[in-house]
Design a protein around this ligand. Structure first.
Ligand code: FAD
Ligand code: MLT
Ligand code: ZN
Length: 481
């Protein structure tokens, strides 16, 4: 795969030299100043293998003080920096564009504390999401965020992208769940905002600037997060619908009929299902007879299994009788539940295996959300397979176009159409993945000129030399006078 970047390297950045390397060797532990070709080549390329940089240096600080020393030095030498977490980002934000120094806080993976009464967890930013959730499981808490990349993504990366995921419909955004952060700014200043209070109206709530800022304002080193109680009963239904309006109505009915126990409402279309069945080993259709037009996963989480299950069963029977679903099954055990989740969570990987993929992550009004999938398929005809899936409960469509190879003609049919369509419907061109490199110059489709200008002023104030994750999030034009 490939993506052509037509951004020039910012000439105000220095090139790394042997004095720089010696400095880092002085301040950091052995084996945490990495110049090894193999390790660098995997740190230089993103998860999709679409964006590739040419960094010569990867640094693995072990504590906040080391992060601070690294940034203070890089800032004084004007060495550009890319913060990297689990490198599972999908918009080219986590890898260098040119020769930026890669800083990964993966060694900073300690759990600091869990307040067992309030459920407030404090940890270092390099903790892997799944490890945090396993730790919390023993204490009957859970992470308020869950996503397919949980085995490799870091909480610092999740916060930096303001990731959404599968349980957003229940637990909401990280803007609500993150109670505090520790952040290191470009000049090495450590900002201690690691509060753990539910309520704190003392001045500007600066932590929110860093949630979703994709490494452009500083490096997140510690996180304090409110974790909900892990409830004893989880049920999962896999349903088939024959048209999009039924999916929509199902969502309304689920909110009303399942109410407080609803914990996920996800959907995928027939092309997505087809691709997963074709590309992933050991995945099978829960309804073997045929492909349906749409599939919906509904998860409930509550405290009383027989009550919750009966509630979901009634919901299913009513939906069947009302003609909203054409088939439906409730997972009988945890294995069947994870095989259902594998279908939904496996789409990203299946798309990767199918060849080239053009990924769009849109927020749209739910009534309009699927129209763009239909329109896109009409535009592209049989040259492409257009897949629609995502977090329907949150109005978040993942529009993915799969073709055997990257093709400029196909691309010209997709962009700018997809962005213009989204802007016309007052949607967002980045619901949960961020702008990264992919959409840095597309921000105006979702944000006004005045808003982008204020963002640029904030960036200039916090990072005057522009060393933090350059070329990402904001258009390069804001840097020219
Ligand atoms: P990276 O990819 O390493 O970095 C992402 C961005 O954050 C970069 O801009 C980087 O510079 C910055 N960054 C990373 N760590 C720090 C730090 N400590 N301080 C400052 N900046 C930092 N996203 C969703 O929202 N919902 C999903 O359901 C979802 N599912 C996914 C499923 C798969 C299979 C994959 C591959 C990705 C998925 N994603 C999803 C994308 C998502 O953004 C990431 O998985 C995750 O949030 C990124 O975490 P990471 O540690 O891998 O960060
Ligand atoms: C998902 O919901 O599966 C993730 O956001 C990844 C993707 O969009 O492919
Ligand atoms: Zn998603």
């Amino acid at each position: 795969g490939s993506t052509t970047i037509n951004i020039q390297r910012n000439p105000s950045f220095s090139m790394i030299n042997s004095d720089d390397i010696n400095y880092f060797r002085d301040i950091l532990d052995d084996n945490t100043v990495i110049q090894d070709e193999d390790r660098l080549s995997s740190a230089n390329i993103d998860w999709m293998r679409k964006y590739k940089g040419s960094s010569k240096l990867l640094l693995l600080p072990k504590d906040t003080d080391e992060v601070s020393k690294i940034l203070r030095y890089c800032n004084s030498r004007r060495l550009a920096v890319v913060p990297q977490g689990g490198n599972t980002g999908l918009v080219g934000g986590s890898v260098p564009v040119y020769d930026e120094v890669i800083v990964n806080v993966g060694l900073m993976n300690k759990i600091i504390s869990l307040d067992k009464v309030s459920g407030i967890l404090k940890c270092e930013a390099g903790c892997i999401l799944q490890n945090l959730d396993s730790f919390l499981a023993n204490e009957c808490y859970l992470m308020p965020i869950d996503l397919g990349a949980k085995g490799s993504c870091q909480i610092g990366g999740n916060v930096s992208t303001n990731a959404g995921g599968l349980h957003f419909v229940r637990y909401g955004s990280l803007h609500g769940n993150v109670l505090g952060l520790e952040v290191v700014l470009a000049d090495g200043t450590v900002l201690d905002m690691l509060g753990s209070l539910r309520k704190d109206n003392t001045g500007y709530d600066l932590k929110h600037l860093f949630i979703g800022s994709e490494g452009t304002l500083g490096i997140i080193t510690k996180v304090s997060i409110l974790t909900p109680a892990r409830l004893s009963s989880t049920n999962l239904a896999f349903l088939a619908c024959e048209d999009y309006s039924s999916c929509q109505e199902l969502l309304l009915k689920a909110k009303r009929g399942l109410g407080e126990v609803l914990s996920a409402f996800e959907f995928l279309d027939t092309n997505s299902m087809d691709l997963v069945l074709d590309k992933l080993e050991g995945v099978r259709n829960p309804f073997p007879s045929s492909l349906h037009k749409f599939y919906v996963l509904i998860e409930t989480t509550g405290t009383d299994d027989s009550y919750d299950r009966a509630k979901l069963e009634t919901f299913l029977v009513n939906s069947m009788e009302g003609g909203l679903i054409s088939d439906g099954v409730i997972a009988q055990d945890i294995n069947q539940a994870s095989s259902f989740w594998r279908i939904r969570e496996g789409i990203t990987e299946a798309l990767m295996k199918a060849g080239a993929v053009y990924k769009y992550d849109l927020s749209l009004p739910v009534e309009k959300l699927y129209d763009i999938v239909v329109e896109m398929q009409l535009r592209l005809g049989s040259s492409a397979k257009v897949c629609g899936y995502g977090h329907l409960g949150d109005g978040n469509l993942h529009l993915n176009i799969s073709t055997p190879n990257y093709d400029d003609n196909v691309f010209a049919q997709i962009e700018p159409f997809v962005y213009e369509w989204t802007a016309e419907h007052r949607g967002s061109i980045s619901a949960e993945h961020g702008l990264g490199l992919m959409k840095a110059d597309k921000i105006h489709y979702s944000k006004s000129t005045e808003t982008v200008r204020l963002m640029a002023s904030i960036k200039k104030l916090v990072d005057p030399n522009g060393i933090m994750n350059p070329y990402k999030v904001l258009p390069q034009s804001i840097y020219s006078p």
